[in-house]
Design a binder for this molecule. Structure first.
Ligand code: GDG
Length: 730
């Protein structure tokens, strides 16, 4: 069976109207639908979503059949569900919070209940169509819980998620009562996409504070899976907007607009009715302009199109009334007998009408308070085929990261917006063309098709990474090659790191002592006369002695500074000094005193600064300060400074787990070597051992080791399989 791709979004890309008892379907022409057309219209691929109207149960089968012809699968929602899940949780909780308008948020428990159950409904429909190996691409904030729900129902699929609105700073996101659930819902994906790198940063910071996931750069490791977080700035169908302006209908509109607008400078704004779009502040800037610069009276026209949206919600209704009022005031105050400062239209128009406006307007004023991307700005640019025109763009729109040849403004600064309009009016054509042609190049290159391709390619790359991870996973290898070699071998060396490898990582280093199961495994392993089992740890030698001194094990402590062959005494590496410790520890003390939760561990030949209990971010900051502070001391005193998992360790340069392991092998010629470890100090072992050795990284796959295991529990299972394969026990 060929694997398929499933697109899922709240709305299907189709408009359904009921006419004389019949449902009439018209496919959507929006940019996203066009871009994704290349995906969902192919082969067995499908798009799952709400069809946009309430369909009575007895007619759902009929609509399902009609939609199937377009590769669309409906999720039917009741009026109640739309009210609570869509209008409620999505638009009264997530929308305002994600756009930094927290005072608009309404944290209703019933909204949340419905959000969960509707996400679950989407999951039910998806699982009825999904097969192992398929790829899923979930869209937007209405479906944040869906990735995890699908993952649970069908673990072996590749899931991408893209959020079209901003992801706010953690300080804002944390206000949501259900913040952990939302983050974990998103963790079901393999790839999480946002418009901008700032959104990515904010998501990673929220994820690291609200979950136990490990985060390295833009890769989150959670429950043994890796999740890649990336920015994919969305584009538009640039060719379409460019082509539209020379179609007969648009040309006709252009001619009549030019007639109506005479030689006024035309400023255009187009938005959905929304408080995030900064419509009021923009009107205020325009009003200020007419007040401060009366010379523009009768020379300018503001064409303001506001597309009706959510106007049953009280806040939107209120916004509409405010706009009506402000427009009325400005017109009443500044109009002349045959000139109107603001032409305000509260309705939507066919795309040909918008295209003609884009082509005719001298200035496009796009000043949202917050916007994930903002496509209107890109559509204006794409429509300027002669490279004239000026775009004024809010720095709070995702698009400002790409279109930096626009006049960029802070939408809260009414004076700055006013000055930007003046600058735009006065801008010489040469400068307009210089700026616009650069922006057109960007909009044309990074169009909706490239956006879809980039996302799908990355998703495929992530899928391959997950697959290659599976082949590196050592559990399969132990039942095959490693197991066979182990059984055949007569002289084996087994190197085992302790913390994170044989036991879990514990916030309290005094805890995590060995348990009966571990003792049993180590005893059985070392009972085999062909095995030399070596514990190789960063722990103090006194601790290893206390825990393992009674077993038939070789012990290497403090990364090699202390060593003990079974039945012999502990000895330290010759020529090691600890004279440097006083000076380094005095410096570390000053940092510990300023970092609640941090502490120093004093070992015979090393000092460790621990910050796993310090405030997230502060520990890392201090660690970097320490590194800079002590860089010269470390070099002068022949030390090494090793940043690790929430620690920095200082020790003599000669001390190294890799050297210690090689030293152990010296004079022996084993026919089987295997080493396990979880942190960067174990990388020295993986690199030092001869190429025929098996090396196994625990907890991650990014390593010099040739295999990996997910956690200490898998290591224990693996070791059990090994000793069961021994000819001695067989
Ligand atoms: C969300 C995010 C992100 C507008 N009026 C008419 C009309 N439009 C079209 C425009 C444009 C689209 O609607 C609006 O897109 P935006 O990006 O500006 O804003 P949102 O709807 O809030 O979209 C946003 C976007 O998702 C994509 O990820 O950029 O940040 O908030 O394409 O042309 N289309 C027609 N008639 C109209 O009257 N036909």
């Amino acid at each position: 069976m060929v694997n398929k791709t499933i697109i899922i979004s709240n709305r299907l890309p189709v408009k359904i109207v009921e006419n004389e008892g019949e449902y009439i379907l018209s496919p959507s022409e929006g940019g996203l639908a066009t871009g994704l057309g290349s995906v969902y219209k192919k082969g067995d691929n499908i798009w799952i979503g709400w069809p946009g109207i309430e369909v009575p149960e007895e007619r759902q089968e009929e609509v399902t059949q009609q939609l199937a012809g377009l590769n669309l699968i409906p999720v039917f929602l009741s009026a109640d569900e739309i009210n609570l899940y869509y209008e409620g949780f999505s638009n009264e909780v997530l929308w305002p919070v994600f756009h930094y308008m927290i005072t608009y948020a309404n944290f209703e428990q019933t909204y949340w209940d419905s959000y969960q159950s509707v996400n679950n409904k989407f999951k039910e429909v998806t699982t009825a169509h999904i097969d192992e190996g398929d790829t899923v691409w979930v869209h937007d904030y209405q479906l944040l819980l869906l990735p995890c729900m699908i993952r649970k129902a069908q673990p072996n699929v590749t899931i991408g998620f893209f959020q079209h609105i901003p992801f706010p700073s953690y300080e804002i996101f944390r206000l949501i009562p259900w913040r952990e659930e939302l983050i974990h819902g998103m963790f079901g994906a393999d790839l999480l996409g946002f418009h901008t790198f700032d959104d990515v940063r904010h998501f990673l910071s929220a994820a690291s504070r609200l979950s136990s996931a490990k985060i390295a750069d833009n890769v989150i490791t959670y429950k043994d899976r890796q999740i890649v977080v990336e920015s994919f700035p969305m584009g538009i169908d640039a060719d379409k907007f460019e082509g539209l302006v020379s179609t007969p209908l648009v040309k006709e509109h252009i001619a009549s607009f030019k007639d109506a607008m005479q030689d006024h400078k035309v400023i255009l704004t187009i938005d959905r009715l929304d408080y995030s779009k900064g419509i009021i502040q923009r009107l205020q800037a325009y009003e200020l302009l007419l007040q401060v610069h009366p010379e523009y009276v009768d020379k300018l026209s503001l064409y303001m199109i506001v597309v009706p949206s959510r106007d049953t919600v009280p806040q939107y209704k209120e916004l509409r009334e405010q706009i009506d009022q402000l427009v009325g005031n400005i017109n009443a105050r500044f109009r002349t007998l045959n000139w109107l400062p603001v032409h305000y239209f509260y309705r939507s128009y066919p795309i040909e009408f918008l295209s003609a406006l884009y082509f005719t307007a001298d200035i496009c004023l796009v000043t949202p308070m917050r916007d994930g991307m903002n496509l209107v700005s890109k559509e204006y640019v794409a429509s300027r085929v002669d490279n004239t025109g000026v775009l004024i763009l809010s720095e709070m729109a995702g698009a400002s990261k790409e279109l930096n040849d626009a006049i960029i403004v802070n939408p809260n600064n009414i004076g700055e917006v006013m000055r930007a309009i003046v600058q735009a009016i006065d801008m010489p054509v040469k400068e307009q063309k210089a700026r616009m042609s650069v922006m057109r190049g960007i909009v044309k290159k990074f169009d909706i098709h490239l956006w879809v391709k980039n996302f799908m390619d990355k998703l495929d790359e992530v899928r391959q990474m997950q697959e290659s991870l599976l082949t590196k996973h050592a559990v399969k290898a132990v039942t095959e090659q490693i197991g066979r070699d182990y059984s055949a071998a007569k002289d084996r060396f087994i190197f085992l790191d302790y913390d994170g490898t044989l036991v879990g990582f514990n916030a309290d280093i005094e805890r995590a002592s060995p348990d009966p199961e571990l003792y049993d495994i180590l005893t059985k392993l070392s009972d085999d006369p062909a095995n030399r089992v070596v514990i190789i740890s960063g722990r103090r030698h006194e601790t290893l002695e206390e825990w393992f001194g009674h077993l038939k094990l070789d012990l290497i402590a403090e990364h090699g500074a202390w060593q003990k062959h079974y039945l012999e005494e502990w000895r330290s590496l010759p020529l090691l000094t600890d004279g440097w410790k006083k000076e380094v520890s005095a410096v570390l003390d000053t940092y510990t005193d300023r970092t609640p939760g941090a502490f120093i561990e004093d070992k015979s030949y090393s000092l460790v600064w621990h910050y796993r209990k310090a405030e997230e971010g502060l520990g890392e900051l201090r660690a970097n300060e320490i590194i800079n502070h002590l860089r010269v001391t470390v070099a002068n005193k022949g030390l090494q400074m090793m940043p690790g998992n929430k620690v920095i360790e200082f020790k003599n340069i000669e001390v190294n787990k890799g050297k210690a392991a090689l030293n152990w092998l010296h004079g022996n010629s084993p026919d089987f070597i295997i080493a396990f470890g979880d942190d960067h100090t174990d990388e020295d072992i993986f690199k030092a051992l001869p190429p025929e050795a098996y090396t196994i990284k625990v907890g991650s796959n990014i390593s010099a080791a040739n295999y990996y295991l997910r956690n200490f529990a898998e290591v224990r299972g693996f070791l059990k399989t090994l000793y069961q394969k021994s000819p001695a026990t067989a």
